[in-house]
Design a protein around this ligand. Structure first.
Ligand code: LLP
Length: 437
């Protein structure tokens, strides 16, 4: 990944800077100036760097190279088909949480065995869709769901490959309570004390076959302690499942690796993470399933936006952008920090609130932030927006969702067109087509 200012053209194209970097003050992604993309597709737009996704995937895959493992990208982080197809080319599978994500994965070329299906509320239709698609594993989150899977599999004359998602009930330190999942009392997974009983129930059901156990502790986990506490619990329960006679093959350790968002944040220590997980794998000799989302794509994306207005009120400066909380909800929902930079180097800085056009006081990207002093008409980026950016976007305030652009070397492509006004109303009818009860 390129960092810092690089200027001049490299003689060997393989030496060209990759990722987001500045050339003579102007922000580029790989070989393409962001200003060129803004001119071509307008703003707001999400822009992704294929090179960064490749680099992140390779880094994670290398750390596990000597153990049997599969990297199942958590589609919820970024579900664009072109991003999924790129990850598939790299050798990834997917972790999905809905029939919609399964459909996307299939459209991007993933086969059934590339898919693990997580989530606390799968419908019978979604379970049927997963079984018809031949998924590798359905991760079970309750006894009721276990019996539902058995019934759907029976109705289709198949045996469902399942894993039990264990809630290891460890203390997890994440930047926001909403992104913890492996703590006691949460809605996710089977409480660890109940897992043995569920393993026994699985033994009695003819249309499920228990192939693994999994867990997911939370997202943006900054240190190794929760994993260090949880892995022995998972390993112990895998032993219980094997002792009960199940043909266990997979140990799913979920996702959750952190990425740096703010100055001073440190990147996840992938080697430390891998050392811990590999030590647990060595005790079980099972194939590992990893479910990273953010780690692979967050830093590969920016939200490109135009400054609509500058405003000064009550002694305070506001920068009003054409992107809003409907485009990137993380600052509003989690008080998340995203670095904000001018696309063309700005001569000075100001302290301002960076806000969107939505009619909500919660529609802000930063408060009292020292940022580049960009006039109306200038371009800004919100960095580290490749994960949980577009995938959490909405049409709130009847705003068409932004375009998505993928850059690869010196080429770029629109991989999702900006929604049109017609898209906003396409499924609605001003004159109801009444039916009689
Ligand atoms: N596996 C499961 C079962 C998950 O629930 C998740 C994320 C992942 C894997 C991927 O986690 P990651 O590697 O991306 O941390 N919208 C929030 C994040 C919610 C994560 C939900 N589950 C955010 O913007 O921070």
């Amino acid at each position: 990944m390129g960092a810092g200012v690089l200027s001049g053209s490299a003689a060997d194209p393989s030496e060209a800077p990759e990722g987001f970097h500045r050339v003579g003050g102007a922000l580029h992604v790989d070989g393409v100036p962001l200003a060129t993309i803004a001119g071509a597709v307008q703003t707001p737009a999400y822009v992704y760097a294929a090179s960064t996704i490749r680099a992140r995937y390779t880094r994670l895959a290398r750390a596990f190279a000597d153990v049997p493992h599969r990297i199942h990208f958590a589609v919820k982080a970024n579900s664009n088909l072109a991003v999924l197809a790129l990850l598939r080319e790299l050798g990834a599978g997917v972790d999905i949480v809905s029939g919609g994500e399964l459909y996307r994965a299939q459209q991007a070329g993933f086969g059934g065995r590339d898919v693990v299906f997580s989530g606390v509320g799968k419908t019978s239709d979604e379970i049927a869709q997963a079984l018809d698609g031949g998924v590798l594993l359905i991760n079970v989150e309750s006894e009721a769901e276990l019996t539902a899977i058995d019934a759907v599999a029976a109705s289709r004359g198949v045996v469902a490959p399942i894993a039990i998602r264990v809630n290891p009930e460890v203390t997890v330190d994440t930047p926001h309570a909403y992104i913890k999942t492996g703590e006691k009392g949460g809605k996710f997974g089977i409480p660890r004390d109940d897992v043995t009983r569920l393993i026994e129930v699985a033994t009695t059901l003819p249309h499920v076959t228990l192939r693994g156990l999994g867990m997911h502790l939370g997202s943006q986990i900054g240190n190794a302690d929760p994993l260090r506490d949880a892995l022995p619990r998972l390993v112990h329960l895998l032993g219980v499942a094997r002792a009960a006679g199940h043909d266990i093959r997979y140990m799913d350790v979920g996702g959750g690796l952190s990425v740096p968002y703010a100055p001073g944040d440190v990147d996840a220590d992938v080697e430390d993470y891998a050392a811990l997980v590999r030590a647990a794998q060595a005790e079980t000799r099972l194939a590992l399933v990893l479910e990273p989302g953010r780690f692979l794509v967050a830093e590969a994306g920016v939200l490109l936006t135009t400054v609509l207005y500058r405003k000064h009120a009550n002694g305070k400066d506001f920068v009003v952008t054409d992107a809003g909380m409907n485009d990137l909800i993380r600052p509003s929902l989690y008080q998340a920090y995203h670095a904000i930079e001018a696309v063309e180097a700005a001569p000075s800085r100001i302290t301002a609130d960076i806000v969107g056009p939505i009619c909500e006081s919660g529609d802000f990207f930063a408060k009292d932030r020292s940022v580049d002093d960009v006039p109306a008409g200038g371009l800004l980026v919100l960095r580290t927006a490749g994960a949980y950016g577009f995938s959490m976007a909405s049409n709130y305030n009847s705003r068409p969702r932004a375009a998505e652009v993928l850059v690869d070397g010196d080429r770029y492509a629109v991989v999702r067109h900006r929604e049109t006004l017609d898209d906003l109303v396409r499924l609605e009818r001003p004159h109801p087509d009444w039916r009689t009860a």
